[in-house]
Design a protein around this ligand. Sequence first.
Ligand SMILES: Cc1cc2nc3c(=O)[nH]c(=O)nc-3n(C[C@H](O)[C@H](O)[C@H](O)COP(=O)(O)OP(=O)(O)OC[C@H]3O[C@@H](n4cnc5c(N)ncnc54)[C@H](O)[C@@H]3O)c2cc1C
Ligand SMILES: *[C@@H]1O[C@H](CO)[C@@H](O)[C@H](O)[C@H]1NC(C)=O
Ligand SMILES: *[C@@H]1O[C@H](CO)[C@@H](O)[C@H](O)[C@H]1NC(C)=O
Ligand SMILES: *[C@@H]1O[C@H](CO)[C@@H](O)[C@H](O)[C@H]1NC(C)=O
Ligand SMILES: *[C@@H]1O[C@H](CO)[C@@H](O)[C@H](O)[C@H]1NC(C)=O
Ligand SMILES: *[C@@H]1O[C@H](CO)[C@@H](O)[C@H](O)[C@H]1NC(C)=O
Ligand SMILES: *[C@@H]1O[C@H](CO)[C@@H](O)[C@H](O)[C@H]1NC(C)=O
Ligand SMILES: *[C@@H]1O[C@H](CO)[C@@H](O)[C@H](O)[C@H]1NC(C)=O
Length: 526
Amino acid sequence: MARVALVLTICILGFSQSLATSSKSNHSDYFRCLSRKIPSQLVLTPSSPSFKPLLVSSIRNARLVAPATASPPLCIVTPTNASHVQDAVCCGRRHRVRVRVRSGGHDNEGLSYMPGRPSREKFAVIDLAKLNGVRVDARAATAWVDSGTTLGELYYRVATAEPGLGFPAGVCPTVGVGGLISGGGMGLMMRKHGLSADNVLDATMVDADGNLLEDKKAMGDDLFWAIRGGGGGNFGIVLSWKLRLVPVPPTVAFFDVTKTIDQGAVDAVTKWQTIAPALPDDLSVRVVVQKRQASFQSLHLGNCSAVVATMHSRFPELGLTLDDCLEMSWLQNKAYLYFGNASNNKPLEELLLNRSMTIGPFVKNKSDYVKKALTRDTWEKIFLWPDGGAVGQLILEPHGGMMSRIAAADTPFPYRSGVLYNVQYVEFWNGTGAAGMPNWLHGLYDFMAPYVSKKPRGAYVNYRDLDIGVNTVVGGVTSYESGKVWGERYFGPANFKRLTKIKHKVDASDYFRNEQSVPPLLLIRE
Ligand SMILES: Cc1cc2nc3c(=O)[nH]c(=O)nc-3n(C[C@H](O)[C@H](O)[C@H](O)COP(=O)(O)OP(=O)(O)OC[C@H]3O[C@@H](n4cnc5c(N)ncnc54)[C@H](O)[C@@H]3O)c2cc1C
Ligand SMILES: *[C@@H]1O[C@H](CO)[C@@H](O)[C@H](O)[C@H]1NC(C)=O
Ligand SMILES: *[C@@H]1O[C@H](CO)[C@@H](O)[C@H](O)[C@H]1NC(C)=O
Ligand SMILES: *[C@@H]1O[C@H](CO)[C@@H](O)[C@H](O)[C@H]1NC(C)=O
Ligand SMILES: *[C@@H]1O[C@H](CO)[C@@H](O)[C@H](O)[C@H]1NC(C)=O
Ligand SMILES: *[C@@H]1O[C@H](CO)[C@@H](O)[C@H](O)[C@H]1NC(C)=O
Ligand SMILES: *[C@@H]1O[C@H](CO)[C@@H](O)[C@H](O)[C@H]1NC(C)=O
Ligand SMILES: *[C@@H]1O[C@H](CO)[C@@H](O)[C@H](O)[C@H]1NC(C)=O
């Protein structure tokens, strides 16, 4: 306790000073502060040969590499314990340097490691990759997992501790737990168990004053609500999460069936829209639409004969047979979903514990929610949408099941009852330098406006998209009005407003600020 009190005092010294003056300094006072607190090998500056490799190590979007390395952070702090995180926040507060926190680095717009746009304030990155412990309590079916853990590590540690347990989260094994849970966390078990954030029992975090909040009681109900889906980088730095693990059967069933337009893809997707959200909770069938064909990818928490029988009665158009279906352990499925047959003869450790990933082409993603099924005509237009040589895809994730049984106000994530599915638009291109955005994605996104959720048009915070609005700063803090533009689209009007009140309570001076951080409710006049 003594330590917490001391840290708090140090932080408060810098509380009222404006961050705006920081550009005049060369930040030597900031570095002195860090060096008094944190072992020097845990603080990397651009002069170190390891700095650039570390900076780019978890960048997942080639579009962001050049801008990120052209305006790098003052330093990257790589904490190995909670005190280092507290110290990094306190030194930043005291010496007027903002921090951005990075867990897995998968933010679609790079908010965890890029300079603020347009301000380009000097900043530091706190990279949590070294905090990746997973402590499983198999008997209680819970685990404490540190934010720097990747999904692959989490799945592997849980399933090797107890093969009958799993956790509902995403497909890509290199996504970080810290960002994913902060924004919700969708995956193929969400119809049975909800989002990752719906399965958080407790957490520890460092707040904007450098305090270590060791459990949800120390946070209070509001803050504990906000960190479970209100978006990363807003309310503090979550160090670890206590998760409710869920039972998984010894083997699960998986299929991936592709239909071309000639094989009835348009009819199948049209029908899928209402069938998929109403299937038994054990069964998720998502769709990837690309190159005028549709792939139906499914996880069933049961065996192949059962899933083939269910699909025969509910969705005969798919023509699923036992030959299309594979049975494997839940953990093997985690590798198979991402690596496909390439995973067949490789050890799971190599596939799931490897934090690096080959960086592909430039990519831009956007998202929508669908509440009313699109007509066959509309789907036909989407399938025949001219691609002009572009490489794009739509990924449709079915809701329903548990997702519709959780109330919209229970967590910041509002897309619950009445939502049929999430749409993710993805466009890949071979860009160079600061090449402009591609047209395919934007044209299709505009076309879709009448058919998707409206007033406000929905979007998923973890599919971060700066096109839908960025903050402006007025009088030293993010303006409520600017945040409302994008914030109501991610969280809905009621949840957004609650988030801004909580932000005011826990970070009134707006220390944790980025292009889409929740504004403190200060400037509202009503
Ligand atoms: C290849 C790929 C696959 C994906 N698959 C899925 C999927 O299946 N399901 C799904 O729901 N989403 C998916 N996403 C989206 C993903 O959930 C988000 O990008 C998520 O924010 C990534 O978390 P991260 O820790 O890797 O990212 P980071 O870039 O490290 O962080 C994202 C944001 O959270 C903040 N943050 C990070 N750590 C913390 C922390 N400890 N405390 C507070 N704030 C923090 C960052 O500052 C940043 O604003 C995918 C993204 C990619 C690139
Ligand atoms: C930064 O400022 C300190 C104190 O004013 C000074 O001693 C130091 O040389 C400066 N460093 C650089 C790199 O300018
Ligand atoms: C964190 O590590 C530092 C050494 O860098 C040590 O002095 C401190 O006591 C540790 N704190 C905790 C909470 O373990
Ligand atoms: C966009 O989505 C695709 C498909 O899920 C994914 O491969 C890609 O990594 C995502 N976005 C970014 C910016 O990386
Ligand atoms: C498949 O699972 C069902 C229960 O869902 C069970 O009745 C059936 O015996 C199982 N079939 C096989 C071949 O294991
Ligand atoms: C994977 O292997 C199976 C069985 O050998 C085969 O039917 C399938 O086409 C392969 N899939 C891919 C994507 O190569
Ligand atoms: C980890 O993945 C990277 C990128 O795909 C690859 O180059 C590397 O060989 C892998 N490492 C191991 C140990 O498999
Ligand atoms: C990028 O260029 C390579 C080589 O010409 C090509 O194979 C690939 O399909 C291109 N990717 C995209 C997304 O256009």
